[in-house]
Write a protein that binds this ligand. Structure first.
Ligand code: FAD
Length: 413
């Protein structure tokens, strides 16, 4: 029998970055939180490259010192290599803001997520690992708690004023309430593994994420240097292209490596140190982020193609916005949709800006050429790449991307 109350103020489903964030920030504001995580940490997870705007939420979480003391590799920039092998100048994050926050980290997620969860506990969150949430309980259209299954196979009900779904791509509530809005233009898949002793850039660029286009632009590789001399190397492409009528994941991975000489050359003297992983990366979002007594955050609210490493930022940001709305609602005695969803519209617009940048890349957008044509947008592009997504001024970038597309089509005619 697990040690949990039958009634609490907030139940959080999932102890990934989103769940750890919302629960820590609620506990900081004096709210009683019970978090249920089906795995025992540390557990493996993909999603290793942070982007700099995570800094502000990590600061509120009191995580910065822990990260500075960790072995995680420092990341100062992102670099792009075209299918012809041409490497753009690195986008250093300090272009706009010469501050601590212009550097971020490449994290092994098993270690990062565990640090975040232990940090939540230090702030007073009651966490339960190895406990699966089976269902969210409703009375009418109001969420009133969850049914859990503990490690010993006991089912229990835990009632709460607010239920936060941070269950990642399991998306418990999004599925239950049929809220999924798929994004068929971004039906991608990924295959990846890890190498030891692979090439690293020297100096400040050691921790850069490099995005390398595959021959004929049929996909791209991520190249993410981690600590202990490990590099995470994965290919992303259209789901059907990668997974239909091809060989095993291992075979496809090797074929794609052959089609990307930049990556092949970086790993040729390295040792592969893990199995090959594969997943679908279908972009989706929920129709709404909150209802009466419930809130969705992180991947449980929406997932965006991993091109610009925005997933953990979005998990942290939505966790932060949800925590503030819930804490305020509990103080006022109002846990209606109106109160809990106050942040939804601006957040989804910010996420859409990142999506537009993703779609532009798949549409042939070239960072180097764009910045040469529109040098005034260099700062805006850096803002998008660091994840500073929530400001209207960035929309002008997309007008210029359209202009450039029209110009290059006219030149091609
Ligand atoms: P998760 O991290 O998935 O956490 C959800 C937790 O909920 C899990 O621990 C799970 O065990 C638990 N859970 C699920 N169901 C239940 C249940 N019923 N009961 C109890 N617990 C439950 N993001 C980046 O920022 N950078 C990257 O470089 C990056 N690369 C990526 C590459 C790929 C191929 C993919 C697929 C994603 C990538 N992402 C990246 C995205 C990133 O992995 C996610 O956006 C991020 O993990 C979301 O955090 P989360 O807390 O919402 O969900």
């Amino acid at each position: 029998m697990i040690d949990t109350n039958d009634k609490t103020q907030v139940v959080v489903i999932g102890g990934g970055p989103a769940g750890a964030t919302v629960s820590t920030l609620l506990a900081q504001q004096g709210v009683q939180v019970e978090l249920f995580e089906r795995e025992k940490f540390p557990r493996y997870h993909i999603g290793e490259s942070l982007i700099p705007e995570t800094y502000w939420v990590l600061k509120r979480l009191n995580m910065l010192e822990k990260l500075k003391d960790s072995p995680f590799i420092k990341k100062y920039s992102v670099q792009f290599v075209s299918d012809s092998g041409k490497q753009s100048a690195p986008f250093y994050f300090h272009d706009n803001k010469d501050h601590d926050c212009s550097q971020t980290w490449q994290v092994r997620r098993s270690e990062f997520d565990e640090m975040m969860l232990r940090n939540a506990e230090e702030h007073g969150v009651k966490t339960h690992e190895g406990v699966r949430v089976l269902d969210v309980l409703f009375e009418g259209d109001r969420a009133v708690g969850v049914q859990i299954l503990d490690e010993e196979g006991n089912k229990r009900e835990v009632r709460a004023d607010v239920v936060v779904d941070a269950s990642g791509q399991s998306s418990l509530l999004l599925n239950k309430l049929k809220l999924r809005v798929p994004d068929p233009t971004l039906n991608k898949g990924s295959i990846w593994t890890y190498f030891q002793g692979a090439q690293r850039a020297p100096g400040r660029d050691e921790g850069a994420t490099t995005v390398l286009q595959v021959e004929n632009k049929t996909g791209w590789f991520w190249y993410i240097p981690l600590h202990d001399d490990i590099v995470s190397v994965g290919v992303v492409g259209d789901f059907d292209y990668l997974f239909k009528n091809r060989g095993s994941h291992e075979e496809v991975y090797l074929e794609e490596l052959e089609r990307c000489p930049g990556v092949k050359q970086r790993v040729e003297n390295a040792t592969q140190v893990s199995k090959v992983f594969a997943t679908k990366d279908f972009t989706y979002k929920a129709k709404q982020a909150a209802g009466n007594g419930w809130v969705l955050i992180g991947d449980a609210l929406g997932f965006l193609d991993p091109l610009y490493s925005s997933g953990v930022l979005l998990a942290l940001k939505s966790g932060e916005l949800a925590a503030d709305a819930i804490a305020e609602g509990l103080k006022k005695g109002d846990t209606s949709r109106e109160q809990l969803a106050g942040w939804e519209a601006d957040y989804l617009v910010g996420m859409e800006r990142m999506r537009n940048l993703v779609c532009a890349y798949y549409d042939g957008f070239n960072f180097g050429k764009f910045v040469r044509r529109f040098p005034n947008h260099r700062g805006d592009i850096t803002d998008l790449l660091i994840g500073d997504l929530f400001k209207e001024s960035l929309d002008k970038v997309f007008e210029s991307i359209d202009t450039m597309k029209v110009e290059s089509e006219a030149m091609a005619d």
